[in-house]
Design a protein. Structure first.
Length: 132
């Protein structure tokens, strides 16, 4: 029980805080992995009213919008990129491109970076596309 000066933390708040820290750690791991593969990170946690992009990375004439998923297994992480989430990422990418017109002529790709304990990250290139 918390003292009168300390608020009692509820289990939902603790779970959300843990998930947030896990997400930050997974994104840092994914960014390091991508940089080792020759990508330059252009943005992290790009937020818009329509959605969020975990990482925006560039390599040569390619801009990749990358969704990072951390789960207990790589398969669970892969299944966590839902069609609804893909639509939100695509909408956010359009806003990012409007804010960065210097990348208009670049090839675009939507990737996923899958993170699981005791496994190397898995970079899924072209995990989904923006075609209707």
């Amino acid at each position: 029980m918390a003292s009168p000066d300390e608020p009692e933390l509820n289990p939902v708040s603790l779970a959300r805080a843990r998930a947030f820290r896990t997400g930050l750690s997974a994104e840092a791991c994914a960014a390091a992995f991508l940089m080792a593969k020759g990508y330059r990170i252009l943005a992290r946690r790009f937020r818009t009213p329509h959605g969020e992009i975990d990482l925006v990375a560039r390599r040569r004439n390619l801009v990749a919008f990358i969704e990072v998923k951390a789960r207990e297994s790589l398969d669970d992480a892969a299944y966590a990129v839902t069609p609804r989430q893909q639509a939100r990422i695509i909408a956010a990418a359009q806003i990012w491109l409007m804010a960065h017109p210097e990348h208009d002529s670049y090839d675009l790709r939507f990737d996923a970076m899958l993170i699981a304990p005791r496994r190397l990250p898995r970079h899924v290139m072209a995990a989904f596309d923006a075609s209707p």
